[in-house]
Design a binder for this molecule. Structure first.
Ligand code: GLY
Length: 352
């Protein structure tokens, strides 16, 4: 078992290893005593792992309830969030109780935002079941739902009380969900670890899940501790996301987040090399690694539509955007770019 301590506005452990769902009750009871626990999950994950978690909660003296919604980013809405809040209220949950997020990034973001706002904030534990949520979404306190006008447009910074990452859950990942997680892992390597980049090329992630997740969470810990509210260094974690979020918007959110991030990283790195920010070997190495994990490297939407969507993204600041630009494998920097130059960045990156 690996444990990484995060010291942000709240201090908490991220525990990574096998069998954690079955012992979740014991660990959560140690934090909260015999509270009630609302397990928030989706209709793919709950049938797989819900009962293991509920049994473990009951065995530890907690009283579980469940809120299960249809899987997918399309459900990360104010409507689902409102139904969850109304359910908590109807069942008379109080601030002595807690919310548990059992699932991937959509579940964690939505449950976290409900926890941040229900009765002005109740305790909340993340139980990520996807690789992407394990390495990124479940750690660091970003919670949100999407609005008609864009992804993650309503949300809060709200750190969990605990993150339990049961690596046994990764055995049921679809191939696509595995690839999506690998895209975020490659992102970490690109922004801060040439050693991880080499290791990813040498050994497939699925052969060493716990080590790779722990390496990414340790990097994320450092960014979150340095810049919890995302005004400086933490923005490096958005590498690939400006163009990636634009691609997701152009697809009406049918394009999975990790695939969009892979496309965004590839386009940004090609563009950065063409503009002289990094040598030509940088996109060559990145594209080869992305392809070896079966990840896409082209943005399949018109540059104009992508530029329009990127301008609407919340990473835009007034008339400019902060883009994360690679200087080499393992090193990126933040560039403030006028919105009018975005089209040029996208075209240099290969968008048609
Ligand atoms: N997912 C990027 C961050 O947490 O800052």
């Amino acid at each position: 078992m690996k444990t990484i301590r995060i010291d942000a506005s709240r201090s908490y452990d991220v525990v990574i290893g096998p069998g954690l769902l079955a012992e979740a009750g014991k660990r959560i009871a140690a934090l909260k005593g015999p509270a009630r626990a609302m397990v928030v999950s989706d209709d793919r994950v709950f049938p797989l792992y819900g009962e293991t978690l509920m049994d473990s909660l009951r065995a530890a003296g907690l009283t579980p309830a469940q809120f299960v919604f249809p899987q997918g980013e399309q459900e990360k809405t104010l409507a689902t969030y409102g139904r969850l809040l109304e359910t908590l209220c109807r069942l008379r949950f109080t601030r002595s109780d807690l919310i548990l997020a059992l699932g991937g990034g959509v579940v964690g973001d939505l449950a976290g935002f409900a926890a941040a706002t229900y009765q002005r904030g109740i305790s909340f534990v993340q139980l990520p079941t996807t690789l992407l949520a394990a390495v990124d979404a479940s750690v660091g306190g970003k919670t949100a739902v999407d609005l008609a006008g864009g992804k993650n447009q309503a949300g809060a910074f709200y750190q969990p009380w605990l993150v339990l990452c049961d690596t046994d859950c990764l055995g049921t990942l679809t191939e696509e969900a595995y690839r999506c997680g690998c895209a975020e892992i490659i992102k970490y390597a690109m922004i801060g670890s040439p050693a991880l980049f080499e290791e990813l090329a040498r050994t497939p992630v699925r052969e060493r899940y716990a080590d790779v997740i722990a390496a990414c969470v340790a990097m994320k810990r450092d960014f979150v501790q340095a810049d919890e509210y995302d005004t400086g260094a933490r923005m490096l974690l958005n590498f690939g996301h400006s163009f990636g979020h634009a691609a997701e918007a152009c697809s009406d959110y049918t394009l999975p987040h990790g695939l969009a991030v892979a496309m965004g990283m590839a386009a940004m790195t090609r563009s950065a090399a063409a503009a002289g920010f990094c040598p030509a070997e940088t996109p060559e190495a990145l594209l080869a690694l992305l392809r070896s994990y079966g990840l896409p490297t082209e943005l399949p939407y018109p540059a104009e539509a992508l530029a329009e969507a990127a301008r609407a993204d919340k990473k835009a600041a007034g008339d400019s955007l902060r883009l994360v630009v690679p200087e080499a494998v393992g090193r990126c920097r933040i560039e403030t770019v006028p919105a009018g130059e975005l089209l040029g960045w996208l075209k240099r990156g290969g968008a048609a």
